[in-house]
Design a protein around this ligand. Structure first.
Ligand code: DAH
Length: 340
């Protein structure tokens, strides 16, 4: 009979390179009929004082054989898996998760494209502005009550540094640097000191439009905005202009579109009026043109500003503005199919 040391040496030097060798190893060292197992039957023939030590050594040997067997089996399974993957070159790869555009970006691009098609260029400006570009140049003199409509966030030590409340500031920047004809749209993020609710947020996005040239009229504005509304919401959409007030336009108007949910019959969205407001607009006040160095005797213009979140909520029929800022992928994923 072999000694324990001999069997240990055999276990250690046994090469397990494939499934047959693994089975061979099992038969030799782990099966009921293996030499190692039969040595357990020899315990009774050992001198009583040596029995305990002999038993212990046999157990250790059996455990180490068991361990080698398991380790070899696991690594062989890995190899088998890898072989399978390599073997099937036609197997589809694991799916790569692809993100999608944010609904606000989708809407901004849609609005931009519609205006670009009729010759409007895109202009941008800084989120962090000064009083002149957000208020004073736009005919909101200091202490004028119209400023109350647009409270914002100021830097305490530098009251002239503030977050813009509207993209109309980009109108001013554009007119300061370009001479008519000017035809621009200005997308951007804006800020207001407002409580956050399902309908209002302290951050949102606007798209400003401005057209300045000789003989630009209110009729040009109306037709441009009708063209926009029909491309955005469908050819059957109607618009209406209601008189309104903005310091930087005279006359000023608010534009409604016929409700795209009830088609004008009356529903919750349009509060049973058949109309929903989508933007503010008007003829650029001559004071604003002069503030930006443009001759108001020679040139006239129209301007408008629309809220991107509002447009998105109308177009995709969502009812809570906060969803656009929470970045919950369960919401965002639903816009994957929307056109860019
Ligand atoms: N700036 C306005 C606002 O934030 C929107 C607006 C109204 C922009 C009329 C315009 C305009 O250019 O002509 O409420």
């Amino acid at each position: 009979m072999k000694s324990i040391d001999e069997i240990r040496a055999e276990i250690e030097s046994f090469k397990i390179e494939n499934a047959e060798a693994l089975e061979q190893f099992r038969l030799l060292f782990l099966s009921k009929k293996s030499e190692l197992q039969s040595m357990f039957g020899e315990i009774k023939n050992i001198a009583p004082e040596d029995r305990k030590r002999f038993g212990q050594m046999l157990n250790e040997l059996k455990e180490s054989a068991q361990r080698r067997f398991e380790e070899s089996r696991i690594s062989m399974d890995d190899v088998a898996d890898a072989m399978l993957t390599i073997a099937d070159m036609t197997r589809p790869s694991a799916p790569l998760p692809v993100g999608s555009m944010h609904p606000i970006s989708i809407m901004m691009n849609q609005v931009r494209r519609i205006f670009e098609d009729i010759g409007f260029n895109t202009e941008t400006g800084p989120d962090i502005e000064d009083d002149w570009h957000v208020f004073t140049a736009l005919n909101f003199p200091e202490e004028h009550p119209a400023r109350d409509m647009q409270d914002t966030f100021f830097v305490e030590l530098h009251p002239d540094v503030l977050l813009r409340t509207h993209t109309s500031s980009i109108q001013v920047r554009t007119m300061e640097h370009q001479k008519p004809p000017i035809r621009v749209i200005c997308p951007g993020r804006v800020f207001r000191n407002e409580a956050i609710t399902s309908r209002a947020h302290c951050i949102f996005h606007q798209m400003e439009g401005l057209y300045v040239d000789e003989n630009v009229s209110f009729a040009d504005m109306k037709q441009t905005l009708l063209y926009f509304a029909q491309r955005m919401f469908g050819p059957e959409v109607k618009i209406r202009l209601r008189p309104s007030y903005f310091p930087f336009t005279e006359p000023s108007a608010e534009m409604d579109i016929s409700c795209n949910i009830c088609g004008g019959a009356g529903c919750n969205l349009c509060k049973h009026t058949g109309w929903v407001e989508i933007l503010g607009c008007g003829m650029v006040d001559p004071n604003v043109l002069e503030n930006c160095g443009i001759d108001s005797k020679k040139y006239t213009g129209f301007a408008f500003g629309l809220g991107i979140e509002r447009m998105t909520m109308l177009k995709y029929r969502t009812n809570d503005i906060r969803l656009y800022f929470e970045n919950d992928v369960r919401f965002l994923r639903q816009f994957k199919a929307a056109t860019r």
